[in-house]
Design a protein around this ligand. Sequence first.
Ligand SMILES: Nc1ncnc2c1ncn2[C@@H]1O[C@H](COP(=O)(O)OP(=O)(O)OP(=O)(O)O)[C@@H](O)[C@H]1O
Length: 580
Amino acid sequence: MSQFWKPGTERPRLIDDEEGGVLFYSTSALSSSSSGYGFASVEKQRQRLPVYKYRTAILYLVETHATAIIVGETGSGKTTQIPQFLKEAGWAEGGRIIACTQPRRLAVQSVASRVAEEMGVKLGEEVGYTIRFEDVTNTDLTRIKFLTDGVLLREMMDDPLLSKYSVIMVDEAHERSLSTDILLGLLKKIQRRRPELRLIISSATIEAKKISSFFSPSKRRQALQTEDHGPNAEPAILSVEGRGFNVEIFYVEDPVPDYLQAAVSTVLSIHDQEAMGDILMFLTGQDDIDAAVQLLSEESRNGRNQAGLIILPLYSGLPRADQDLVFSPTPRGKRKVVISTNIAETSLTLEGIVYVVDSGFSKQRFYNPITDIESLIVAPISKASARQRAGRAGRVRPGKCYRLYTEQYFLKEMSAEGIPEIQRSNLVSSVIQLKALGIDNILGFDWLASPSSEAMIRALEVLYSLGVLDSDAKLTSPDGFQVAEIPLDPMISKTILASNQYGCSEEVITIAALLSMQSIWISARGTEKELDEVKLRFAAAEGDHVTFLNVYKGFIQSNKSSKWCHKNFINYNAMVNLSI
Ligand SMILES: Nc1ncnc2c1ncn2[C@@H]1O[C@H](COP(=O)(O)OP(=O)(O)OP(=O)(O)O)[C@@H](O)[C@H]1O
């Protein structure tokens, strides 16, 4: 195991810029909920959460302000409790709905089921969720709805003012996903047309002042608003004090040369030396995770006292049944090790997690508008991410977080926040979405952070060349409107529409589905050469798209055989999903 040290022990601590931070070890006062964790009734657990004491304050601010910004530490109860407070206070009466958005699908599903459980209702009835291609709501019954911010944006196509929602809570706003930023800009516009709509922007690690000044109305509007006695348009900021359970933070003494190897040996040492409790390890992507799974499995086979380990990968391309395993209870005497991408970084509560191992890296999207190339690059995470990662422990019992970087690096070099996705992404999909919502002047749109003009121009050029926008940059009819309707990359949507003309719709739709998967190949350490040989067998001179089609045809010809997939390093579960 790398040499870790706990700040506050031998070495002098450097804590000056930790303000607004989330999790600091302190020997005094354990959590507010430190007694008898794990055995309390759901109602008791709710009452012990820090946010519970702020119930009246939150309801008052929502009543009196158009926008409330709520900052509270990870695990303080924002996501699961605030929608329930609002429902109890009558915000879902008269058929209205309380919405709570999340940047990630997995978080939407898991918080919705937790809230349904807390309320003692069936998921999909009073409490429901919607993610792309999955709607678990009931039009007549659902009063609290969790959804991804992308899905809420899509809903605006049919209902531009989101009229069925009384309160929209944009949770984990610090993530600054592409959809969150667009959503915030559009919600600001909607507020002007619907003064009765209430917004809540929440996170553990958000820059509340920046969000507040974004939503702050101009002096003229403020004066007008005072006359019509609506809610105060000036946003209110509420800071929820208190946290769940302590999380002790440990840093490596010296930088590690190989984070993957260091993460694996840290897990093994925890298993050797620490009390029972599950481990959550943050790596960057499927390749890293597969490699770590293999290394840990080898260690198990070599018998280094690893018998009790249950090793579970977690990434967005993983089949649903495998993702669900991470939520299942750990058998007595065993220890779960969940090896995840940043899919598990925010909102999730994995009950057994006591230890977090943070590699300090994640895969991030970067776009170069000059070359028009978008790449996924392994890059250092921000402090906000580090705090979120640590915050996956300490939710139902005290925890420990092992950071595979030095404290000096955390304090002096790690950036406070990541770069908003809008400033590092291809904007083709966003531009068409805004156009479809009637935002003609994209350059003048009220952005929380402006995208680069090069990326914007590039997006307009691409859409023009696809025939989706005309020379006045307006959506063409019918092509532009049809492409905007399809929730896929506009290039793919346009290809699907055009395929009809060339009589190849089935092939093109299959390719589109294959492209939407993370990876159709499965590789393991040491099998790279065999994988390359297999890929050659399917390769088509026309390029990757036809190669993918060949793989799919092979799978169908094999009678959807798992053996065939295994032999050819092909992701069987993905193929099965595709062929349903
Ligand atoms: N599935 C669950 N099982 C057990 N306890 C849970 C579960 N989900 C939530 N909790 C409990 O409720 C607490 C509050 O969770 P919630 O997600 O509302 O917090 P949060 O403030 O939104 O955190 P974050 O900022 O990390 O999203 C957790 O710390 C945990 O104690």
